[in-house]
Design a protein around this ligand. Structure first.
Ligand SMILES: [Fe+2]
Ligand SMILES: [Fe+2]
Length: 205
């Protein structure tokens, strides 16, 4: 089973290189750094929870924001996003599915599909694009989501500096169950130091 995942990942990687090589350099820089870190964090969380194989978790994390390649003007914009920009950004899960299905000759793996489409859903129903709640949100999407949030909070933004590890830990403790459900919400605080090490460049997959 692990072998099947690995070969699939390699094939996806080949298609992915072809797609990425056709994108503007600064856009690739913007999206790929975050994607690679989230992918490495997903591997750690997959190992801690057993939800999917580490190889598949890596692919899910790597592709989760590929839809942002369809909105270069918004992604490369300096300063705060307008309300219109935010509406655009909320389409990136759907755009991600469009890119992956049209660019990759392989039939899109159902797990990667779920990670890409649902990684902004929230356990309490407050997320997008579908407003799913509870266990109707695939576990892989919640796994990617928490890694996505950790990387974002540990990064500087034009409207706020990066959060300290203590503040991120407190946030996850308070909000983890509401945002991702008990399975993931309870595991994440234990491996948060490892996840943050990825953000600092201590481990890149
Ligand atoms: Fe996203
Ligand atoms: Fe992301």
């Amino acid at each position: 089973m692990r072998g099947a995942y690995a070969s699939e990942h390699i094939s996806l990687g080949k298609c992915c290189s072809s797609f990425v090589s056709r994108q503007p350099y600064d856009l690739v820089q913007e999206i790929e750094g975050h994607s690679s870190r989230v992918a490495a964090m997903c591997v750690m969380l997959a190992e801690a929870t057993g939800i999917v194989s580490p190889t598949l978790a890596y692919a899910c994390g790597y592709f989760h924001d590929f839809g942002k390649f369809k909105m270069p003007n918004v992604i490369l914009k300096q300063g705060r996003l307008s309300d219109m920009d935010k509406v655009q950004v909320r389409k990136h899960p759907d755009y991600g599915i469009e890119i992956l299905t049209s660019e990759f000759s392989l039939e899109l793996n159902a797990v990667i599909h779920d990670a890409v489409l649902y990684h902004h859903e929230r356990f309490d129903g407050s997320g997008y694009p579908c407003g799913l709640c509870g266990n109707s949100i695939p576990a892989i999407a919640r796994l990617v989501s928490v890694c996505d949030v950790v990387d974002a909070l540990a990064s500087d933004r034009c409207y706020r500096p990066q959060w300290s590890p203590a503040r991120i830990a407190e946030y996850l403790k308070e909000e983890g169950g509401r945002m991702w459900g008990p399975l993931i919400g309870e595991r994440v605080p234990h491996i948060l130091p490892d996840l943050l090490r990825v953000r600092r460049g201590g481990r890149h997959a």
